[in-house]
Design a protein around this ligand. Structure first.
Ligand code: ZN
Length: 174
């Protein structure tokens, strides 16, 4: 996890910066298969979370749709989309750094713990975390990242007129 946090930190200040990094590793040997960052903005794809990109790339590299025998590391607890994909992919174990609550201090989150998805599924997957939480939380708090995330948060709430696909957020409730 320290290596993944360092990989993610090394890209802060670059156009691909993100506090969300992920890696797929062979469980038995610890061999790194692939690692990726979140690229939602670069790819204009709301599903381009670090974990989704990493698992897709790992499956392509391995030439099969299963990641059995592999562990998914991620700098932040997986969202329900990513955790569901980890379950469908059959990863042995998910290890996360920062928690969903940690991330929610910086950006919108869906507050369903990854262990809850595992518990409600028919698949077996060990979820471990938080691990190296301080290093992973620091990725969100790094000044360049915090400034970028504050801008993104603002642009989601108040998108410039005519921005396609970014409707102003409607207040919840009746
Ligand atoms: Zn996700």
């Amino acid at each position: 996890m320290q290596a993944l946090a360092a990989f993610t930190r090394a890209r802060l200040g670059t156009p691909s910066q993100s506090p969300f990094g992920s890696a797929v590793v062979e469980t038995a040997t610890g061999r790194l298969v692939v690692r990726r960052l979140n690229a939602v903005r670069q790819e204009n794809d709301p599903s381009s979370h670090a974990e989704v990109r990493t698992m897709r790339a790992a499956c392509k590299r391995l030439g099969r749709p299963s990641l059995a025998g592999h562990t998914l590391y991620t700098t932040c607890e997986p969202c329900p989309m990513c955790m569901a994909m980890a379950l469908w992919a059959g990863v042995d174990r998910v290890v996360f750094g920062a928690t969903i609550d940690d991330a929610a201090r910086h950006c919108a989150q869906i507050h369903v713990p990854s262990v809850e998805l595992t518990r409600r599924s028919d698949m077996d997957c060990v979820v471990s975390g938080p691990v190296a939480r301080a290093e992973c939380v620091a990725l969100f708090e790094e000044p360049r990242m915090a400034a970028a995330m504050a801008l993104w948060k603002k642009s989601r709430r108040n998108p410039p007129a005519g921005t396609p696909g970014l409707a102003p957020r409607k207040p919840k409730g009746p």
